[in-house]
Design a protein around this ligand. Structure first.
Ligand SMILES: NCc1[nH]cc(CCC(=O)O)c1CC(=O)O
Length: 320
């Protein structure tokens, strides 16, 4: 340990700085190492273009990764669901922080619940996963893409540009906007994005087992097993963050239970499966085989076709 504080690189949005500060405080509490935040502007934050036109995954993480490589920062905190499943050369997820609430939440005007929304109501979300699952429940709603951080999106509800938005509960909690939530979707109705609610701490592989090994103090083994299973499903389906894939795993009573769904953009076709395994030693291996096996079963039922078709007509899609 040196006297110089560790430099944690973060995006500038309120959500990113809030979750980064939270991890920074946990690192300091558990290891005694001081941490200071370095605010980095990412391409995904400044561009107005639809994210799929930028090549989809990774726009939020690339600037942070460049800073890791150049030594401008020591480590970075990412929302795990924004992290592409392909490993990044020279980088390691040194810790997965304990997951917050993984569920999606509805924020509608006038306190309306999902069932209360009048037919034809306009729901703002650019996430194909959310659109597909919500259209399966309410084909009578209209779905429109929407951009901006949580505050901007909630502002569009208040101003009447849309009637409701769906956002991650964890993100709303991090920016202090839980009062805007009018309904929370249980996983039975709507499966979250792989990794939703969890944070990844990333650094150079060469330092993860060296001077930054202390960062493993904020790793949470159960969360790591859960997100490994979820992200393996996504990778096996050859789907990215713009695909209509929901996956949710939980460690409960010594078992790892994984549920996943692939839903066609209009909600009319879906492949949903679940599977569980006992989890004790060797959790990482068990978690990735669970994800692989579930994905194989789903591919057997046509899930890969739904993913490919969704990718073809993803002209309106944006990030999850
Ligand atoms: N792609 C944006 C993004 N990345 C992570 C979160 C939420 C927080 C989380 O899942 O950790 C959000 C916003 C949202 O989906 O509402």
């Amino acid at each position: 340990m040196t006297d110089r504080p560790a430099r944690l690189g973060t995006r500038r949005s309120p959500m990113a700085t809030s979750q980064s500060q939270h991890v920074a405080d946990a690192v300091t509490a558990r290891t005694g190492t001081k941490v200071e935040l370095e605010l980095i502007t990412s391409y995904g934050d400044v561009t107005q273009a639809q994210l799929t036109q930028l090549g989809g995954t990774g726009v939020f993480v690339n600037s942070l990764r460049e800073q890791l490589a150049s030594g401008g920062i020591d480590f970075a905190v990412h929302s795990l669901k924004d992290l592409p499943t392909a490993p990044a050369e020279g980088l390691t997820v040194v810790a997965v922080y304990e997951r917050d609430d993984p569920r999606d939440a509805l924020c509608a005007r006038d306190g309306r619940t999902f069932a209360d929304l009048p037919s034809g109501s306009v729901l703002g979300t650019g996430s194909p996963r959310r659109v597909a699952q919500l259209a399966a429940l309410r084909p009578d709603l209209r779905f429109v893409p929407i951009r901006g951080n949580a505050g901007t999106r909630l502002g569009k509800v208040a101003q009447g540009e849309v009637d409701a938005v769906v956002l991650a509960y964890a993100g709303l909690a991090r920016v202090g906007r839980l009062d805007d939530v009018t309904e929370v979707f249980e996983p039975e109705r709507m499966l979250p994005a792989p990794g939703q609610g969890a944070l990844a701490v990333e650094c150079l592989t060469s330092r993860a087992e060296g001077d930054l090994a202390y960062l493993s103090a904020v790793d949470h083994a159960a969360t790591r097993a859960e997100v490994t299973a979820e992200r393996t499903v996504l990778a096996e389906l050859e789907a990215g963050c713009a695909a209509p894939v929901g996956a949710y795993a939980e460690v409960l009573d010594g078992r790892l239970r994984l549920r996943a769904a692939v839903v066609a953009p209009d909600g009319t076709q879906a492949v949903r499966r679940e599977r569980s395994v006992p989890i004790d030693g060797g959790a990482a291996g068990a978690a990735s085989s669970l994800g692989r096996e579930l994905a194989r079963e789903m591919i057997g039922e046509g899930a890969d076709r739904i993913v490919a078709e969704a990718a073809e007509d993803s002209t309106t899609s944006s990030e999850d």
